[in-house]
Design a protein. Structure first.
Length: 230
C-alpha cells in the first residue's frame, strides 16, 4: 500500500499504525490535533486539523498530497470514563461526534481517492461496543455505532471497489487505559484470558491484517487478549 491516511496519528494506536505503515514502505498523511505524531520522517506528512470542526474533514482532504488513497485508518476517538448518572447530554454528543461522526465524514471526504485506488478503510472501534465497559455508556454506544457504520459502508461502497473493515481492541497499553481507576482496570484484566493489556503494535498488525486480506469487507476483528469470547 503506497498511500496511507491515519487520523488520530499522535495517539498510542495511531502512532503504532503510522510506524507499521512506514515499515511497509508507505507514504503517510498523519492527522493530529495538538501533539505532532511520531514517528516522523521523509515519508510522513503531518497535518494539524481539528476533525470535530465542521470544515475539518474537508481540510484534511484538501491537504492530501496524492490523487489516490490505498488505506484510510480512522484511529481518532476516545472518551473519559463517566458513569451513567453523571453523563450530560453535551458529553454524550461530544463523544458521538468524535467516535462516529468524524470517521463517517472523513471517509465521505476521501471517497474519490479511495475509489481511484480500490482502497480500504479500517475503523478503530472497541470491545466496549460489545460488552459495555468501564468508560461508560457514551463510549460503548459510540463504538457499537462505529461497527454498524462499518457494515453499512462496506455494503454501499463495495461496488466502488472500496472495502471497509473494523478492529475492536480491548484494554490497550495507552494513556486512555491509564486513565481508568485501578480497581476497574484490575477487573478488566481478571476477565481477560491472557490477563494483560494489548500492545499498540499488536493492534497495528491487526489493522494491516484487515487491510491486506483481500475479499474481506464489513467485518470486525476483536483483539482483546480473550476478554470477549463469542
Amino acid at each position: 500500500m503506497r498511500h496511507v491516511v491515519v487520523t488520530g496519528a499522535s495517539g498510542d494506536i495511531g502512532s503504532a499504525v503510522v510506524a507499521a505503515a512506514v515499515a511497509r514502505g508507505a507514504e503517510v498523511l498523519a492527522q493530529y490535533h495538538s501533539r505532532p505524531p511520531k514517528p516522523a520522517g521523509p515519508t510522513v506528512t503531518a497535518v494539524r486539523v481539528d476533525l470535530t470542526d465542521d470544515d475539518g474533514p474537508a481540510a484534511l482532504a484538501a491537504a492530501l498530497p496524492w490523487e489516490t488513497v490505498d488505506l484510510l485508518v480512522n484511529c481518532v476517538g476516545g472518551a473519559r470514563p463517566i458513569p451513567f448518572a453523571s453523563l450530560s447530554t453535551a458529553m454524550w454528543r461530544e463523544c458521538m461526534r468524535l467516535n462516529v461522526e468524524v470517521p463517517f465524514t472523513v471517509t465521505r471526504e476521501l471517497l474519490d481517492p479511495l475509489a481511484a485506488a480500490a482502497g480500504v478503510v479500517v475503523n478503530l472501534s472497541s470491545v466496549a461496543g460489545f460488552t459495555g465497559g468501564a468508560f461508560g455508556p457514551h463510549y460503548a454506544a459510540s463504538k457499537a455505532a462505529l461497527v454498524g457504520l462499518t457494515r453499512s459502508a462496506a455494503r454501499e461502497l463495495g461496488p466502488k471497489g472500496i472495502r471497509v473493515n473494523c478492529v475492536a481492541p480491548g484494554p490497550v497499553d495507552s494513556a486512555m487505559t491509564d486513565s481508568l481507576p485501578g480497581p476497574a482496570l484490575t477487573a478488566l484484566l481478571e476477565a481477560t484470558a491472557l490477563g494483560r493489556v494489548v500492545q499498540p503494535a499488536e493492534v497495528a498488525r491487526a489493522v494491516f491484517a484487515m487491510a491486506e486480506t483481500t475479499g474481506v469487507s464489513g467485518q470486525t476483528l476483536v483483539i482483546d487478549g480473550g476478554r470477549f469470547l463469542h
